[in-house]
Write a protein that binds this ligand. Structure first.
Ligand code: PDD
Length: 285
């Protein structure tokens, strides 16, 4: 079965799914995106993802390509046409196609919208969660507006490749003061020796992760100790547990940082518990 993409109003096989060579997403990374989890054929936390998309568009002074409701329908239809039960749906909106010129194209230029969906290898993901992942630290060289979920991801790509070449699954980005900002495609967390969950605050050089926000709610519900503050690489080395959160990995235990074991070198109890409970706090639609 060939995969089907939504491209500017049409559902087409990937081989025929095209945007123009002068699309601003292609030439300037002038676009935004969302990745939403699909579980049991339903979207997870669609409302929060749509709210973040809305914010990203506003921050970049981009128009809405269509109503959030219509976008939701397109995402669901793309999921359905690809027969995805458990996986992700990817949505990208760019400022459209126009003769290459840095300032915005004329008002009325149609934004480009693409939606794709693909299944997870659920068994592989669960195996990974049971084993835990390794991370390596990499200097954070990104721009200052990483709170916007833009498709300008070159530093993330380079960091992730470095991680892969060092045998790790994720790169943890480190700011000028030796503090971890976030992962190349996830938010970063530790659990201190005293059992307190720590993650970097919003508005301090991180993407406001949707999975992060659901985990924050879950922590409050469970009455766990929680501090929103930056933490250093040294602190992470000394942590009892570490984990990352993202729509594609959910809560993923980290067992090694730069080759050093975290805690006893096995996935932590709290991280594993949060992973198990995650969907009881998430919203399905
Ligand atoms: N990445 N930080 C960065 C830099 C990210 O790219 C992501 C998501 C997150 C976690 O956000 P959320 O919980 O909303 O997925 C944090 C997605 C999954 C990606 O680019 O594939």
């Amino acid at each position: 079965m060939s995969r089907i993409a939504y491209v500017n109003g049409q559902y087409v096989p990937h081989a025929q799914a095209m945007v123009g060579i002068e699309d601003r997403g292609f030439q300037f990374a002038d676009g935004v995106y969302e990745v939403c989890e699909v579980r049991g054929g339903r979207l997870v936390d669609e409302r929060r993802h749509m709210a973040r998309l809305d914010r990203s568009l506003k921050e970049l002074r981009m128009g809405h390509p269509m109503s959030p409701k219509a976008l939701g329908l397109v995402m669901r239809e793309t999921v359905r046409r690809n027969r995805v039960r458990d996986g992700i749906v990817y949505l990208q909106v760019t400022r459209g196609e126009m003769r290459r010129d840095f300032p915005f194209p004329p008002a009325g230029t149609r934004p480009s919208v693409i939606v794709t969906s693909r299944s997870h290898d659920t068994a592989k993901l669960e195996k990974q969660a049971a084993a835990g992942i390794a991370v390596v630290t990499v200097p954070d060289v990104r721009w200052q507006r990483v709170d916007i979920k833009s498709v300008a991801l070159l530093p993330n790509v380079l960091a992730k490749q470095q991680a892969r070449e060092q045998g790790a699954k994720e790169a943890w980005l480190v700011d000028g003061e030796g503090r971890i900002t976030e992962g190349a495609s996830s938010n970063a967390w530790i659990v201190t020796r005293d059992g307190v969950l720590v993650t970097r605050p919003l508005q301090t050089g991180i993407l406001p992760g949707i999975t992060r926000s659901v985990v924050v709610d879950l922590i409050a519900r469970e009455g766990l100790g929680f501090e929103e503050r930056p933490f250093t690489v040294e602190e992470a080395y000394a942590a009892r547990e570490a984990f990352v959160t993202s729509a594609s990995q959910l809560v993923m235990p980290v067992i090694q940082i730069n080759g050093r074991p975290v805690g006893n070198g096995a996935p932590g109890l709290i991280a594993s518990q949060l992973r198990r409970d995650y969907h009881s706090q998430a919203e399905f639609s």
